[in-house]
Design a protein around this ligand. Structure first.
Ligand code: PLP
Length: 495
């Protein structure tokens, strides 16, 4: 496939922004109604006003990062399958996939239809007083998919919430004398206060009083875990991402996982597998731990469980663990139900998504097309060894690591680089990601703890043709070499 630089779109999105006047709240019919924006006004809001409201009310610092890479110039008007469409009608190929939240792509027609029917039938959402047929069916489906006696489900709305539930059920089972949590270096488990304690980031953790009964070991190091457990009988929970996402797509060996299972059994320690990012089919199996022939005691899902259309998360525990923790009337309300856990339309969205996963063989597609993508990336690595350091991962959870140029940027670009934000200086991934979006209409994701890694987590419906488009774009960017990649980026900042 030959990829040409696009000329169709207006390059200066900013000019268009200036021309579009900010939308003011309409005068209200009711004297008591404050000046609120309407849904139509939200939909039609010009970019400049979006930025302003972000600064005024959401997250000014986040806008700063979007500006660094030029992402703030894009207004998404719609999204379908593996493409976004922006304000200029340009279709952007989504290889970012919402950090793994878009396994079914954007606006999957079957998911839209299920939600529409649910709405048209005026079905109820909040099911605190009555039993919910929707929550019951979703819990059944998850228990059916999950191996062994991973049968008991808590429904929530975010990965952090599901992981909090996972740690709490494990602690309830182990009791206060065995409640210490072992976690891994470079782990990411969320930012709520409990899981933040086992999210290995000094930046995210600083300034907070965290749970201090935690022990950190290198990821994938069985001997380090054995030593920790031998030395400290109060450790009762080992919590690990099955594939580390925020660290830049890091896997442990099958021997590690099999050894971990044995060790946890020997020491009566519970293994909590965080599958928030690696689960729901992303790795080519429903749970990534299935690649290693072992089953944890507790696991957690979120992200794509919502079908790309809603916020849905689940903690799934082995039945005896759950029953000991919360199985009696006296303990049933200690954790849950959450107000929005098991909300009707979210449940039917997830139920439909899980059915699509199997009806359309999406995990097979992730495995096959993911392997194709990985092979194409390895081919690029062989052709550009000075730029690409590593290609890793499985299914549609791939990491592309660029060489670290923080100390070796060519002298000619150093003066231009000196003008840039600290975060950008040595990082090829930012410049390359920006070029992919600017010049080739492709979106990729960056990585929390390793700024040289681009994460590729496209929807599981991604085809070989989509991969070819992505690889051709990346090839074009890389073929310019470091100096061109950097100077193009600096020019784009000025433009
Ligand atoms: C492995 C893992 N666990 C937990 C979380 C937290 O999920 P959420 O952002 O939905 O709270 C994330 C989010 O990226 C994650 O990747």
């Amino acid at each position: 496939m030959i990829l040409m630089r696009k000329t169709k779109r207006t390059p200066d999105v900013d000019r268009q922004v200036v021309e579009a006047p900010a939308i003011a709240p309409e005068a209200s019919a009711s004297a008591n109604k404050p000046n609120l924006l309407s849904v139509d006004q939200a939909v039609n809001m010009p970019l400049e006003q979006m930025s302003q409201l972000f600064v005024d009310h959401l997250n000014p610092g986040q806008l700063h990062f979007m500006k660094l890479l030029g992402f703030h110039k894009v207004k998404i008007e719609s999204a379908e399958g593996v493409f976004y469409t922006d304000q200029n009608g340009r279709k952007i190929l989504d290889f970012f996939g919402g950090f793994g939240s878009l396994s079914f792509g954007h606006n999957h027609p079957r998911i839209l239809a299920a939600r529409k029917k649910f709405q048209e039938e005026k079905r109820h959402e909040i099911a605190m007083a009555f039993l919910s047929q929707y929550a019951a069916a979703l819990a059944h489906n998850l228990a059916t998919i999950a191996p062994d006696d991973l049968d008991m489900v808590f429904l929530g709305s975010s990965g952090s919430e599901a992981m909090e539930a996972a740690l709490k059920v494990a602690e309830r089972y182990q009791g206060p004398k065995k409640s210490k949590i072992l976690f891994a270096e470079n782990a990411f488990h969320g930012k709520t206060k409990g899981v933040l304690s086992i999210t290995d980031s000094p930046l995210y953790q600083s300034q907070f009083n965290l749970v201090d009964d935690v022990v950190k070991v290198p990821f994938g190091d069985l001997e380090a875990i054995r030593t920790a457990l031998d030395n400290d009988p109060e450790i009762g929970i080992v919590c690990l991402e099955t594939i580390q996402g925020g660290a830049g797509i890091i896997e442990a060996t099958p021997e590690f996982w099999q050894g971990l299972r044995k060790l946890c059994d020997e020491k009566d320690v519970l293994w909590v597998a965080d599958e928030v990012q690696s689960g729901t089919g992303r790795s080519g199996k429903f749970f990534a731990f299935e690649h290693y022939g072992v089953v944890p005691d507790v696991t957690a899902l979120a992200k794509s469980l919502g079908g790309g259309k809603t916020a849905m998360a689940a903690m799934i525990a082995r039945k005896p663990i759950y029953m000991k923790a919360y199985g009696k009337p006296a303990t049933a309300l200690i954790h849950g139900p959450a107000t929005f856990g098991g909300i009707g339309e979210a449940c039917i969205t997830s139920i439909e998504a899980l059915n699509i996963m199997y009806d359309d063989d999406l995990m097979e597609n992730a495995e096959n097309v993911g392997a194709y993508l990985k092979a194409q990336l390895q081919d690029l690595q062989a052709r550009y060894p000075k730029l690409i350091k590593d290609v890793r991962g499985r299914g549609f959870m791939l990491g592309l690591e660029f060489q670290d140029f923080s100390k070796t940027m060519p002298a000619v670009v150093r003066p231009a680089l000196a003008m840039l934000d600290e975060k950008l200086k040595g990082s090829l991934s930012g410049f390359i990601g920006s070029a992919l979006l600017r010049e080739y209409d492709v979106l990729v994701a960056f990585t929390e703890y390793n700024r040289n890694v681009v994460r590729l987590q496209p929807p599981l419906i991604t085809t070989r043709e989509n991969v070819d488009q992505f690889i051709a774009a990346l090839d074009k960017v890389l073929s310019g070499g470091v100096i061109k990649i950097v100077t193009d980026f600096v020019k784009s900042q000025r433009g």
